[in-house]
Design a protein around this ligand. Structure first.
Ligand SMILES: Cc1cc2nc3c(=O)[nH]c(=O)nc-3n(C[C@H](O)[C@H](O)[C@H](O)COP(=O)(O)OP(=O)(O)OC[C@H]3O[C@@H](n4cnc5c(N)ncnc54)[C@H](O)[C@@H]3O)c2cc1C
Length: 389
């Protein structure tokens, strides 16, 4: 069977799962507020958690652009299903570039095969996200002792390891930052379950405190000083593109629900689809979704080609896709009238899930700062500014 046929089969498998079992899971998650282990097991058994990883790690080794085409489909599903598929298919990438062979065997490969769950643990309550972190380690022999706090950590309750950013005590900025794999059950770890969120219901989130938690030095990825590279380096570009594609898929779902509703709702003797104002809303949504989709696919191609503007493209795609999703879900809910505000309507959940996308992989304010910084560098190098000094 050709690669094209194999991809077509996989895409059909994903579509059928999302529209069938995925929808039933969505209802169950909303009813119970829980994502059970059973759902993780089902996603793993379907092979959905290892699509993007290389074959030698037990993954399917799908090319990035093709993977994004599937991410689009998964994102039409419940926010928690999208979250699991996005994170597990991406986290190996952040570790792989800095792992040695032993760490690859212990952490990277088991994360692909579903034997361990890893939570991406960066954000802190007391300071900015990035080189501003204050969670710190002190080294004594072959052990780091970790102290500090983290919050908003997805899978922070159920994970096996925290892939955690800290700094060597006394260092500042990027200098002295470390990326550590911290066992969930290590001494001195306090986990507070903070899963009660507006949307993406059922996904567990945690606030964490570390009090001289011992972490073996061989759980450090890369060197001291490379911590931020693990978190914000090569991994961030594909992850931003994946979040941007998540916005496209979720917007498609909102639009699908709005069109269905508009076809059936009759006011003053006419269906909503016969009202020009509704037609215009739906037409605008369609154009906005397609424009964002093409920008995201362009960023995905640039990443796959190893182009030097891939990082900037990923930020532009995420900025644009998130703004599009906000507008599309707002109009889709408006088409539903007041009923759209009720939990009985699927659009209500889609609207709530959509709001989370404005934080994941950095807010739009941060994306704009990234784009502007690169814009300035590019215009400076074109005019020779900065190179002659
Ligand atoms: C559902 C969900 C899941 C998450 N999962 C994880 C996770 O698994 N792991 C993890 O580490 N984090 C996670 N986060 C946290 C997320 O990455 C952060 O919320 C996001 O990066 C913003 O950081 P903050 O919340 O600290 O906001 P703040 O930094 O407090 O920002 C508040 C506001 O000020 C703006 N702002 C802040 N600094 C600047 C600046 N320098 N210039 C201009 N504007 C600025 C921001 O854009 C924002 O609008 C999650 C968040 C959500 C909502």
């Amino acid at each position: 069977m050709s690669d094209e046929q194999q991809f077509h089969e996989l895409r059909t498998q994903v579509e059928q799962w999302v529209e069938g079992p995925g929808e039933r899971w969505a209802e169950r998650i909303e009813e119970t507020g829980q994502v059970p282990e059973e759902l993780w097991a089902e996603l793993n058994a379907q092979g959905f958690l290892r699509i993007a990883a290389p074959e030698e790690y037990g993954g399917r080794g799908l090319g990035f652009v093709r993977w994004m085409e599937l991410m689009e489909v998964f994102s039409r599903s419940h926010g928690s299903i999208r979250m699991i598929v996005h994170v597990v298919n991406g986290i190996w990438r952040s570790m792989d570039g800095h792992a040695d062979d032993e760490q690859r065997k212990r952490f990277v490969v088991p994360s692909v095969t579903g034997d361990i769950k890893i939570a991406f643990t960066l954000t802190e309550p007391g300071n900015g996200t990035g080189a501003d972190i204050t969670t710190s380690v002190v080294r004594e022999g072959d052990t780091y002792y970790l102290s500090g706090r983290k919050h908003l950590i997805t899978f922070g309750v159920r994970c096996d390891y925290y892939l955690l950013a800290a700094r060597v005590e006394g260092s500042t900025g990027h200098e002295g930052t470390v990326a550590l794999l911290v066992p969930r059950d290590a001494p001195g770890v306090t986990v507070e379950d903070t899963s009660d969120t507006m949307g993406v219901r059922g996904t567990d989130h945690a606030s964490l405190a570390f009090d001289r938690t011992p972490v073996p030095v061989d759980h450090r990825l890369g060197a001291e000083g490379q911590g931020m590279e693990v978190f914000l380096g090569g991994f961030l570009t594909p992850s931003r593109i994946s979040v941007a594609m998540s916005c496209v898929g979720l917007a498609q779902r909102a639009q699908q629900l709005a069109v269905e509703y508009a076809r059936n709702r009759v006011t003053f003797g006419k269906t909503l689809t016969q009202r020009q104002v509704i037609q215009f809303m739906l037409a605008e949504n369609e154009a906005d979704i397609e424009a964002a989709r093409q920008l995201v696919l362009h960023a995905a191609r640039r990443f796959e080609e190893g182009a030097d503007d891939a990082s900037m493209q990923s930020s532009m795609a995420k900025m644009h896709a998130v703004t599009m999703l906000t507008a599309v879900t707002d109009k889709a809910l408006q088409v539903h009238g007041g009923l759209g505000y009720w939990k009985s309507q699927k659009i209500e959940r889609v609207y709530r899930d959509a709001r989370a996308q404005r934080f994941e992989e950095g807010t739009n304010e941060v994306q704009k700062a990234v784009v502007f910084r690169e814009l300035l560098q590019r215009t400076a190098s074109r005019t020779g500014e900065g190179t002659s000094r």
